[in-house]
Design a protein. Sequence first.
Lengths: 160, 404
Amino acid sequence: MAVAPRRNICSTRRKRRAPFRLLLVLGALVASCSGERQPGIYQDGQPVRPFTSTENNNYQVRWASQPHPIPINEPFEIVLDVLGPEADLTLEVDGWMPGHGHGMVRTPRVTPLGQGRYQVRGMLFHMEGAWELRVALAWREDQGDSFVIQRDNVVFEVQI
Amino acid sequence: MRIVASLTVLALAGGLASFGLRSETAGPQWQALRSQFSDQEWARLLRTADLPAPSDPTNKVFHDDAAFRLGRALFYEKRLSGNGELSCASCHDPARDWTDGKALAVGLAQVDKHTPSLWNSALNRWQFWDGRADSLWSQALQPIEHPKEMGGRREDVAELVLTDPDLRTLYLEAFGPAPQELGDPLTLERVFVQVGKALAAFEGRILTAATPFDQFVSGLRTGDPEDLAALDPRAIEGAKLFFGEARCHLCHHGPLLSDMEFHDIELPRDGAPEPARHEGVGRLLTDPFNGRGQHSDDVEAGRERLAYLNRTPHQRGEWKTPGLRNVARTAPYMHNGVYASLDEVLEHYSTLADAPTRSHADAKRVLEAGQFDDSQLQALKAFLQSLSSPPPPSELLPPLDPDS
């Protein structure tokens, strides 16, 4: 699986305390089971797409566009759901055309909506063809009196 | 097997319905055409229909008739220029499809860019070849003061508009009471911006009417035999190439036949790629007249336009994809006017013989030599010629002969 590029990427962060780690997972599951109808992520009562594991299996991510399907060369938004261990998570999103060797002409912005859900604004797939929606995740992992930055990513193939 | 057959019938009926036709009403001419195009090519063809209506929330007089009349007068007004001999129409001549027929524009001096046509410019996402303006009104202000173009001064322009009896009357109709003096820089800027917004109200109506190609696409939707006959077989072959094998549609798609963004199409050049869009983004973000500036009539809408722009080294050598409506009448071509005819343009895409060394390794993945034969080149040209609309309506022509 390709590594998400660092270029043309924006990010946002969410911070939670350790006691709430499970809430992220439970919240999303409850929302899912209770028939919550968040705009974008559901269509006809069903999630638009299933959760997909990140490359190193640290998180699970699903996404949906608004509008759906994604229009060619018109701005659209994305709703992302992230399941996994609670952490000081940074989320980065980008679009890439592997066959063309270029990405989007825009840098999208990610806003946390709570309970593992994120809104991504500023998306634009300006050309027809095979795109990759690249989601990169990074978080800080404390190790005694120091910390390291851990990274993982997931790439969704999108045909426009 | 019976189930499969039924599903096939249903799928065909559904497909026809989605194209606005019922299977029993689709005539043999339509059926024959439908079979020529793949589903993807067909969808691309249909997406060219319905040119949208332009709008600009950052310009509240964009649709205003009085602003249009002022803008029309200003567009043909030579006194906006430093030497009193050049107007917007000097380069954007309506008799030449709003361009000048020259490879490179010539104002007070020669400019290093080809004059783009104004047809449908209000529908552009960005203005100028490098996209350094985000509205027609902010675009219109730059040539007025550019030393190589009109070489005017905003002080003189504002003074002219507020003191010339005819222009003042038009100004008052469009914007209401005029400032008594222009000493305050902000007041001066405001009047100068109003000039740009009036020009945009005029230019916003320079929209192409239906072309033979549009009539053909309408026929694809309705099955009307007369509409389907609007293109001859050669142009139809060209359309199939354009929206299929030749991959022109990758950048030239939608109603404008443009993605409204920026690409390096490997035109001949000396040395490194020009700053192009890379510089354009930088200038746009710092332009005091951009849509999020104090002269915008909708700062939030202006912010939204600019919020997600990125600026990368990759943008060097990338110029705006022009729309293709009326392209057959707007030679020469490209941002630098390097090609004198459609034949030369098509030859470039066919052979890339004059392309410089690849600007980046991945570029070849996008642009490959089409290696078209003569028949294909003629077909593509015939298709491009089918994109010609009627000449501008009289309301867009000079209100009076400026020399009379």
